[in-house]
Write a protein of this length. Structure first.
Length: 569
């Protein structure tokens, strides 16, 4: 009798195990089926499970159970709550996505609310795939905010699970890092402020690795704005991480105060083996700028400046959702254009600092102007065609000389004129240089071309100007030598789009009722994107069509379809 019971029990257990194995097999077949887009739940390398663990991505399968199947032990997914209730998700490279990442992904939040997850590009210096979604209204009143789950199929929030961490909050965060041959540069929000207060380096430490179990701390040698430079960990210390299996080493900043230390949350990783820039032939003049939805302007800007001397263009994309990628692909056929995803809001100065270090091995001089700005010299008015030597004539012929008593020039400063809407009601189809010809009388700012090796170690810069190392001086161009045409106050639909996208951390936010007399504010414009009366006629004090005449001569094309400019599609 006992033998019969044991036999029956063994038969039942075997059946259960067999059925379970079949379910697991069938589930894996569903995930890997060619008929269904590959789910981002399959790990490329299961040995990387040492990272912070969380319920990252879930997918529902009905073949063996009505319960939602959970995929645990995935490499961590960073989630950051940005301004305007935007949520940025960054997936580790060990999580492969379907061939079309934009197909059907959503963000699932803690109250089962969802919002579409839109692809936001790949962070180039960490190879993390990013998505953006909007925090639903029903979630905004909840506290705390937990990381959303990236899903492809409808399902419910898993309930109270301790491994679902809170979202990082923008405003106090290490958001990027860059390794050089000599140090590590961290980009950090919320430690120093815009009023010029910078914590002394002695109050700070860089922390590599897990701060509780396995970390290395090094001294900070520079603290300025959102840029912090610290000593690299030595090779022996790095070997310890490798032995522990740590391939991706998180790096953060520690604030050391009396009797306590505060660790800044971080989504940045240390990359010890990556060079600052690809070793390539060093170009004399490059241009770096931060862009947002500038596809309709970009061709004109690149073609113009390329023909007068810029050899390489570096674009930091601050969250564009227009045709920027398509336009860049078209430009790459003839021009050297490099684009980086830079999703961090109001970090223009930090982005310029990053660009200065990234390009230090590939560019000698860097021009920092915006895509709605065009450099021009009155001496070019009689030129029948552009020349690549035009911009380079602004640069000193000799940057270093031991025999000269004069300090070398490290920066060229150029006066900037702001142009108005010039009676335009929409974007001029022939380009901004053709459509906007009326400007304010006095210059408002200056833009610069900087010798990268002359930039101060702090990387301090404000409104397109860098602090230089001791011993270098600034050369200021006169109006006769060169100016910048800033097509700032464009037709209202274009200008309105700029209202919420102030990329600089050191200029007024038009939406906030503070600093009403700031020079950065638009006269006559309030705190809401409402068109002022007679907008199309504003800021017209001087008729200035010099650039229009020159560009029409240089880039105008007669064709059976009519007169066009070289940059028109």
């Amino acid at each position: 009798m006992r033998r019969k019971i044991r036999t029956t029990l063994f038969s039942v257990v075997s059946s259960v195990l067999l059925f379970s194995s079949f379910c697991l097999y069938l589930s894996s077949e569903v995930i890997s089926s060619k008929k269904i887009p590959p789910s981002p739940v399959t790990l490329r390398n299961r040995s990387n499970n040492h990272h912070n663990l969380s319920f990252v991505i879930r997918e529902e399968h009905h073949h063996c159970s009505r319960h939602v199947s959970s995929i645990r032990n995935l490499p961590s997914l960073d989630s950051i709550l940005l301004p305007d209730w935007e949520v940025l998700l960054a997936l580790s490279p060990e999580i492969p996505l379907s061939s079309d990442p934009g197909d059907g992904y959503s963000c699932l939040f803690q109250n089962n609310a969802t919002s579409p997850a839109k692809p936001a590009g790949i962070l180039p210096f960490r190879e993390l795939t990013t998505f953006k979604c909007i925090l639903p209204y029903s979630v905004r009143r909840l506290r705390p905010f937990f990381r959303p789950i990236l899903i492809k199929s409808p399902l419910n929030w898993p309930g109270k699970e301790p491994e679902v961490p809170k979202m990082f909050r923008w405003g106090f965060l290490v958001y990027e890092s860059l390794s050089t041959e000599n140090d590590v540069i961290l980009f950090v929000k919320g430690v120093n402020n815009r009023q010029g207060f910078n914590r002394p380096p002695t109050e700070l430490r860089c922390v590599f690795g897990n701060p509780v179990f396995n970390s290395i701390k090094t001294d900070v040698i520079s603290s300025s704005q959102e840029v912090f430079r610290c000593l690299r960990p030595n090779g022996t210390a790095l070997h310890r991480f490798l032995l522990a299996g740590d391939v991706r080493i998180k790096v953060s900043l520690e604030i050391v105060e009396e009797r306590k230390a505060v660790l800044v949350p971080s989504v940045a990783y240390y990359t010890p083996t990556r060079n600052v820039a690809t070793r390539e032939k060093k170009t004399l003049l490059c241009a770096c700028t931060m862009v947002y939805n500038v596809a309709k302007f970009l061709k004109e800007w690149v073609i113009y400046h390329s023909r007068i001397g810029v050899e390489k263009f570096i674009l930091y994309d601050n969250g564009s959702d227009d045709d920027l990628e398509k336009v860049v692909e078209e430009l790459l056929e003839k021009y050297n254009v490099k684009t980086f995803i830079w999703p961090w809001p109001k970090t223009q100065e930090a982005g310029f600092s990053h660009c200065a270090m990234y390009a230090t091995n590939s560019c000698t001089w860097m021009m920092y102007i915006d895509v709605d700005e065009f450099i021009f010299s009155p001496s070019w008015l009689n030129s029948s065609h552009p020349s690549i030597h035009m911009l380079k004539s602004f640069l000193p012929k000799i940057t270093h000389t031991s025999s000269s008593s004069r300090p070398p020039i490290g920066q060229v400063s150029i006066r900037c004129f702001d142009f108005g809407p010039s009676n335009q009601r929409s974007h001029p189809i022939k380009g901004v240089t053709q459509g906007y010809t009326c400007r304010r009388r006095l210059e408002q700012r200056h833009k610069s071309i900087v010798l990268l090796e002359a930039i101060d170690t702090s990387l301090l810069n404000v409104i397109h100007h860098f602090q230089l190392k001791e011993g270098y001086k600034v050369k200021k161009l006169s109006r006769k030598e060169g100016v910048v045409n800033h097509y700032k106050y464009q037709a209202w639909p274009e200008f309105r789009a700029k209202f919420r996208r102030r990329v600089s951390a050191y200029v007024a936010d038009w939406r906030k009722e503070v600093n009403p007399r700031s020079k950065d504010r638009t006269p006559g414009l309030g705190f809401s994107p409402i068109e002022p009366k007679r907008w199309s006629r504003k800021f017209c004090e001087v008729n200035d069509n010099r650039v229009k005449v020159v560009t029409r001569r240089w880039f105008g094309l007669d064709s059976p379809a009519g007169y066009k400019m070289a940059w028109q599609r």
